[in-house]
Design a protein around this ligand. Sequence first.
Ligand code: ATP
Ligand code: MG
Length: 398
Amino acid sequence: MEQFPPLNEAAVWDALRGVVDPELGDNIVDLGMVDAVEVRPGGAVMVRVALTTPSCPLRGQIKAEVTARAGAVTGVSAVDVVTSAMDPAQKAALMARARWKATQRAPKTTVPARARVIAVSSGKGGVGKSSVSVNLAAGLAARGYRVGVLDADIAGFSVPRMLGVTGQLEATRDAEDPERKLIRPVVRRVGDGEVRVVSMGFLAGEDEAVMWRGLMLNRAVQHFLEDVAWGDVDYLIVDMPPGTGDIQMGLARMLPSAEVLVVTTPGHAAQMVAARAATMARKSYLRVVGVVENMSAFRCSHGERYELFGSGGGLRLAREIGAPLLASIPLEPAVARGGDSGEPAALDPDGEAGRAFAGLVDTIVERCPVLQMTGCSARVLEALGALGASVAPVAPAG
Ligand SMILES: Nc1ncnc2c1ncn2[C@@H]1O[C@H](COP(=O)(O)OP(=O)(O)OP(=O)(O)O)[C@@H](O)[C@H]1O
Ligand SMILES: [Mg+2]
C-alpha cells in the first residue's frame, strides 16, 4: 500500500506550464528551461530549472512559482527546486523559441514572411553602416534578388544618394485590398534584380533638417514597415541610425525575424561600442548574423598595407559576441566615391573593396538563404527560418 496517492510525473510537467517567464512571455517548459523532473518515493519532487544567467534577477520569483505550482499537484509532498545556468546551446534554443513566439504576436507588416530582414547596426556613427547597407543591397540585386532597402536613419538619411536613386514616394493601391493605399518605394534596376528604396530623403530635401523626436522616429519606421508596398522582396536591408535606441526596439517588435549585422572599424574603441549594438540585439531577441569590419587596412598602389584605423577589431568583436566575422572591407577611396556617385563599389568586381563586398554578399546568401513559401510546408520552413536554421536557398528572380 502506498502512503500517498500515485503521483504522475506528467502532471508535474503540466503544472509547470503555468510558470511563465515574464520577460520572455512564455512558460518555462515550452521555453526549454526545465531540465528534469524527478519524483521520489514519498512524493518529494525535484525540479531542475536552467536560467539564462546564474544571477538571473527572476530566480527567486521563478523558484517560488515552481514550488507553488508543483506543490499543488496531487501527491506532491515537497518540492525542491535546483537552478543552474544554461549552456550556450540551451540559450540559443531559448532565444529561438522566444523569437518564434514574438513572431506570432508581432503586428502585421507589408514585409513578406519569407523575406530575410537584415538590420545593419553599430553602436557608433560613421563606421560605414550606410556604405555596407547599400553595397550589400546592390550586390544582392546584381545577383538577381529583389532587395528592399529601408533607410531607418530618419534624420540623417543617406541611402538615396549612395544608391543613386532619385524620385518621390507615391501612393499605390494594395493588391490585396484595393481600398487601402500604400507607399510605392522608389525602384532602381541592378542587373537582373532591383532595389526598392524607402527613405525620408524622398520626402524632404537632402539638405533639409528633419527634426523628429523619439516617438515620431519610431512612427516613421513603423509606417515604412506597415504602409509600404514592399511586394515580393527577397531581402530587406535596414540601414539603422547610429546608436541603439528606440528604432531598434521598434524594429524588433515589428519584425522579430530580423537579423542584425554589426559593423565595426578595426579599432578598439569602435569595437567596444559595437558590442553594445550586439547586446541590444540580444535584449530584443534578434539574432546577430555576424560582424563586418569596415575601413580595414588600406592598400596603396605599390601594394603596401596601412592599418590606419588599427587592426583586429572585427575578429575581437566577433569572438566577444560569439558571432562570425563575415567580411573585412578595406578602406578604399572607391567606397567613398561610390557613395557620392551612387554607383556602389560592390558593382565593380575589379576593385579590392568590390571583391570584399562580393564576398560578403556570398556569405549572406549562404547564411541567410531566402525561403520558399508554398502551401503547408511553408509553416515548417518559416519555423526553421525563425530558428536560424539553414535551408536550401531559392534561385534568384530572373
Ligand atoms: N571602406 C571604406 N573606405 C573608404 N571610405 C569609406 C569606407 N566605408 C565608409 N566610408 C566613408 O566613410 C563615411 C561614413 O560612412 P557611412 O556614411 O557609410 O557611415 P555610417 O555608419 O552610415 O554613418 P552614420 O552613423 O552617420 O549613419 C562616408 O563618407 C563613406 O563614404
Ligand atoms: Mg548611415
